[in-house]
Design a binder for this molecule. Structure first.
Ligand code: FES
Length: 578
């Protein structure tokens, strides 16, 4: 036993420390893996929760990472035990990985609570794996540290850097506009994804990894060290040591993730031009921890924070560039006046100690407060009769001239309806129109897919139109861009006003005024909703996880968690298994 454990009875002792039949069972079966007697001497048992999977390519490097965590745990006197959790590959799972984020959270929560572990290292990366693991771990509240997959190497195509997702959207619109051939488009495919790791733009994975680091839930540089860089292995080794110390110190996740760390994270989110998806993930995480966090907090806390990081999709560079420029610590240093340096980190040191010595090595990539990339960043939260529960947009990725706009609605009832008609030459649409998509919210799809950045009509692309106002109850990829209003709450399928928008209705977006309104009277709105309610079909999902999800999912303004999962149940299990 290492000295740090002296006098402390760990959670795992309830299984491995018993000199009776139950202790025999817990130890004996573990010894089948070749573990010697003395590893059950009361040392910290560290779970390594791994979302490695070959069909989650962004997490394909995590098997190797787990081995480096184990080295650090052994070295610090702990016992590392790796276990799997359902893996969610954003680019592979249908109908959308978001449908299963809460399933992963349930898997992680029950795996941590049910097993004899004292602390846990979460290995994730692809968009939904980080929030799903964090949510599950928060509801148990053991000492917890996150290691992210790390970003892929920068994409390369014809002598230039290209970004995951962002350039897919650009290139596919260029093909439809006749500016790029299909063979050229296909040849970019191999150059875009050159290594394991997450999307190397400031998509949702990079956003969530940056937030994890800004919250103090990982060691420094976790968000930006490229997935295949040897430094990530070294950081994983150090994380193995750190989690053992965290257990010995008795520091739990809820001591690290506080309102102060959320506020720091929301400000960093604005400075990096983070994904809109962080809104639903952080609301859900706060709900698990019982921390008061509202949709408005995203707007209020980011209001004075400009865009400092020049990364795609809001800017030019990629995650490798951000790492070499100084990473999240350098961003936090640049953002210092907005941050609370006293917020705790997993090591027990305040977050300020993590960035106080940081330097910016490339001022093109990380800009100072007095010379930002763009003055407006963060999240705008819009309200009005079209979104009484709120809607979000990302000003840094929008066209300034469209942020205040009035236009006539061109309505699509479902994503299939959209795909069938968007390129119809007879579609009554011009560049002043507002595209409205329904049926893509948490209940409607189900799972709230990333389809809110609807492709523009080909006939307008051919005229040179690059952006239009688009409104939906969907999400969009963190790698996407445009004047896109997302997460309209309540969604159409929950009877929100979005359900009754008709072709030709006039909609006004006032981004600076934070409003989104439909120009019809309250009486007309209510009449249309009454007709809509009277014509609802029977439920589509009658069994399985989809039914559980649709019956219990909260709306986007509450984070899309399942209603019965909000909150925490702690780590105590009183009953034995035999
Ligand atoms: Fe996995 Fe982007 S698809 S991180």
């Amino acid at each position: 036993m290492s000295d740090g454990n002296a006098g402390k009875r760990l959670r795992s002792s309830g299984s491995y420390g018993k000199l009776d039949r139950d202790g025999f069972i817990h130890r004996s079966w573990m010894k089948s893996q070749g573990l010697p007697d003395d590893v059950f001497d009361g040392r910290p048992v560290i779970g390594i929760c791994n979302t490695w999977s070959e069909i989650t390519p962004c997490n394909a490097g995590l098997r190797d990472i787990a081995e480096h965590v184990k080295r650090g745990v052994w070295e610090a006197g702990g016992l590392p035990l790796e276990f799997p959790a359902i893996s969610l590959g954003e680019t592979q799972m249908r109908p959308t990985a978001m449908l299963f984020r809460n399933l992963l959270a349930m898997d992680v929560e029950e795996s941590i609570r049910g097993n004899p572990i004292d602390g846990v290292v979460l290995l994730g990366g692809c968009d939904k794996t980080t929030p799903g693991q964090m949510m599950g771990a928060a509801s148990v509240d053991l000492p917890t540290i996150v290691i992210s997959s790390g970003p892929m190497l920068n994409g390369k195509f014809r002598g230039k850097d290209i970004g995951s997702g962002t350039d897919v959207w650009k290139f596919s619109e260029a093909v439809r506009a006749g500016e790029m051939t299909l063979p050229e488009f296909m040849s970019a495919e191999s150059g875009m994804s050159r290594s394991p790791g997450t999307c190397m733009t400031m998509g949702t994975a990079s956003t969530m990894a940056s937030i994890v680091e800004a919250m103090g839930m990982s060691l420094p540089y976790n968000a930006t060290i490229p997935a295949v860089d040897a430094r990530r292995k070294a950081m994983s080794h150090e994380t193995g040591r750190a989690i053992v110390r965290m257990v010995q110190d008795g520091r739990t996740m809820s001591q690290v993730v506080t309102r102060a760390s959320f506020e720091n994270a929301l400000r960093v989110h604005a400075a990096i031009g983070g994904s809109t998806n962080a809104v639903v993930h952080l609301l859900a995480l706060a709900g698990r921890l019982g921390i008061e966090l509202t949709l408005e907090d995203f707007d209020v806390l980011s209001r004075d924070v400009p865009l400092l990081v020049d990364l795609q999709p809001s800017g030019r560079f990629l995650m490798e560039d951000l790492h070499y420029a100084g990473g999240v610590p350098a961003v936090m240093k640049a953002l210092e006046p907005f941050l609370d340096p006293t917020a705790l980190t997993v090591t027990g040191a305040p977050i300020g100690a993590q960035y106080e010595q940081a330097e910016v090595w490339n001022a093109e990539v990380i800009r100072p407060l007095d010379n930002p990339v763009k003055p407006d960043s963060g999240i705008w939260v819009l309200r009005g009769n079209l979104a009484p529960g709120g809607a979000v947009m990302k000003p840094s990725a929008a066209s300034p001239e469209l942020c205040s706009h009035t236009g006539k609605a061109v309505v699509f009832e479902t994503i299939e309806d959209f795909r069938a008609r968007i390129d119809d030459p007879d579609l009554d649409v011009d560049e002043t129109s507002i595209l409205v998509l329904k049926g893509c919210g948490p209940k409607g799809y189900p799972g709230m897919p990333e389809v809110g950045n609807m492709p523009l009509p080909t006939k307008l692309l051919e005229k040179g139109v690059k952006d239009m106002v688009r409104i939906s109850d969907a999400r969009m990829s963190g790698t996407a861009f445009g004047t896109v209003i997302l997460h309209v709450s309540p969604e159409a399928d929950a009877g929100g006003p979005l359900a009754i928008v008709q072709n030709g209705d006039v909609i006004t977006l006032d981004g600076p005024g934070r409003s989104l309104s439909l120009a019809i009277s309250d009486a007309e709105l209510e009449n249309r909703l009454a007709v809509w309610r009277a014509n609802q079909p029977p439920p589509k999902y009658t069994r399985g996880y989809a039914k559980l999800y649709v019956d219990h999912v909260l709306q986007a303004d509450k984070g899309c968690d399942l209603d019965f999962l909000v909150g925490a149940s702690g780590s105590i299990v009183t009953r034995e298994s035999h």
